[in-house]
Design a protein around this ligand. Sequence first.
Ligand SMILES: [Zn+2]
Length: 347
Amino acid sequence: MGLVLGLAAVLWGLGALMKVSTRARWGMIAALYVGVLAVQVAMPPAHPLRAALGGTPQGWAALGVAVAVVLAYRAGLGALRRRARRPAPEPSQPGTFRPAELDRYARHIVLREIGGPGQKRLKQARVLVIGAGGLGSPALLYLGAAGVGNLGVIDDDIVSNSNLQRQVIHTDARIGMPKVFSAAEAIAAQNPFVTLRPYNRRLDEQTARALFAEHDLILDGSDNFETRYLVNRVAAELGKPLVAAAMSQWEGQISLYDPARGTPCYACVFPQAPAPGLAPSCAEAGVLGPLPGVMGAMMALEAVKALTGAGEGLRGRMLIYDALQGETRIIALKRRPGCAVCGGGSA
Ligand SMILES: [Zn+2]
């Protein structure tokens, strides 16, 4: 035993003299240990070399196991420390901004219509986005970038190759991943000061009721009439303002429906879903990639205005964008007396 310790000390000392790295010196000692263990196991008990080294094979093996356990424990501890040290900027307290947040939102804060109070409202706001597709992608990215502190997104679809022509929140590497988780990755990478809750399921009546109640504002970027009518019904019932956009091929439309504050609801404007086949989906009719980018960014813009009170929102007005002709027009919307959803203002 003494001989081995002596050899180890000599190796360590020589290594130090030759300026060999600590790691390499530990490597030499490990090699010495392996050699000693090999002699202990391979040689007969009476062999003089084995006697000179001392100890028993079991003893040497036990020493090796003990050292391995200590090293594994240290490595585990080191990994934990590194993870703890990684800057994980947890969202700061509601209503207070860290210096990095003030810097990030500086271009908002200098805007007279938003300023510090507006940015604070954005940080405290809870916005739910229906669908992480063409409209939801830019809407979520801009809401997150703008510092809307609490985002939710619900969608039951997965990212597919044919989505990527317009659904810019997703990436080629995330094909096959549920869209809401792909969106959560993108938002986390974009802005560590906001949180996004992903709901990987189809919106039904019960889920809508529970989720809408937890949010201040609903953005509908869904792609089917069944969901649109459901979203409008529940939003109207709970008195939540609803920014809804839709598009097909080269044309998009957007409005803010808020019957609790006197505007029409979606069903006032579109009392009945078109007959199947009359309003083909994007998959059937096609849609220009940047168009949902324009309309989804407008949804985020209207959301920021609604949350901060800046400017004139699209309450009671519908903006229609004809991308092919490069024309925009606004039409006034009226409540429809006897509307099955909001009563049309007669109630
Ligand atoms: Zn209505």
